[in-house]
Ligand binder design. Structure first.
Ligand code: SAM
Length: 316
């Protein structure tokens, strides 16, 4: 199985991404972001492109992102009923944080299998599991759009993965075949349009605009969280139970500024390539400090985009 390493050129070579771009450039005014994303279609399954790539910087970003979102994902797991002894599959596991969280919930009598199409991510996840001496988690390389596993699971979970797939409905349908009857299907996805600041922080909002516009032009479903209901139902699953949670940050010591800047840093080559922002304009090295100064001088808060948790049980 091959992995998709970071390369903007490689990304643009991908037919699907190119098609998204051509459609965008043909029909959209590039200065005016259109918040309506692509429909959750039932197209034949296509391969996904992970526009953030799998550089060391990106894997570090995923680990830091997990510190941020871990508590929110934990609430989703508790609500969904992830419990001791379960066998869990974590699709699009990245550096392994969601698998580690699931492993804590299922305990020593349970098992977690983390799966990602990136060999670099799987290698890092394995190293971290070994360092933490976790006995109940293993990792494999694989593509969620092409899943073929021998065992069925009590639960399949995934965080921030359906938003990157060209056809999340088809993926969900296929994922569900690996869950036992009455087993759980649990996803935690972003509503990336939910960045907010009060009082209005121009620099933070500018970063939010860069991130969202790059994702949208790169073919990412920035509102996947809110589309989970439609996706589950279209995939033949019951309407999911859904909750929404967000981190609201402020003050000089918040790690949020670095988190936002890490996201910008990972996307920067893509931003340039898609004409969203120029390196000179972004000034990445001073961006976090400038944002911190702007937000704290106004005594304000920033809202990191909310994550939507959705879960349902597989019907008979
Ligand atoms: C934003 S990261 C999230 C990682 C992890 N779930 C977390 O929350 O920390 C998305 C991950 O999905 C993986 N991914 C994207 N498309 C995939 C596919 N078709 N099959 C398997 N993994 C995929 C990427 O390689 C990346 O590691």
């Amino acid at each position: 199985m091959t992995s998709t390493g970071w390369s903007g050129a490689a990304c643009l070579r991908c037919t699907w991404a190119l098609k998204q771009l051509v459609v965008f450039l043909t029909f959209a005014n590039v200065d005016k972001p259109v918040l309506e994303a692509k429909p959750l279609s039932n197209q034949p399954m296509q391969k996904s492109v992970y526009v953030f790539g799998h550089s060391e910087n990106e894997l570090q970003r995923l680990i830091e992102q997990s510190r941020f979102f871990g508590g929110l994902t934990e609430q989703v797991f508790l609500g969904a009923g992830l419990a001791s002894g379960m066998r869990v599959l974590d699709v699009g596991c990245g550096a392994g944080d969601v698998s580690f969280l699931a492993a804590k919930h299922v305990g020593a009598s349970g098992r977690v299998l983390g799966m990602d199409k990136s060999s670099a991510s799987v290698a890092v996840a394995r190293e971290r599991a070994e360092a933490a001496k976790l006995q109940n988690v293993t990792f494999i390389e694989g593509d969620v759009t092409d899943l073929s596993l021998e065992h069925s699971f009590d639960a399949v979970v995934g965080r921030l993965v359906l938003m990157y797939l060209p056809d999340p409905v088809a993926a969900l349908r296929q994922i569900a075949t690996h869950v036992r009857t009455d087993g759980l299907i649990v996803f935690h996805e972003m509503d990336a349009t939910g960045f907010r600041s009060l009082p209005y922080s121009p620099l933070f909002e500018k970063c939010a605009g860069w991130i969202n516009e790059t994702c949208r032009r790169g073919g990412i479903e920035t509102q996947m969280g809110l589309k989970l209901h439609q996706a589950f139902v279209s995939a033949g699953l019951p309407a999911p139970q859904m909750i929404l949670g967000a981190r609201i940050e402020g003050g000089p010591n918040s790690p949020a500024y670095e988190y936002v800047v890490q996201t910008v840093r990972s996307l920067l080559p893509m931003m340039e390539q898609l004409g969203v922002a120029k390196v000179e304009e972004v000034q990445i090295e001073t961006l976090a400090q400038r944002m911190r100064d702007e937000v704290t001088s106004g005594g304000g808060v920033i809202v990191i985009p909310p994550l939507v948790g959705a879960w349902a049980r597989k019907p008979l």
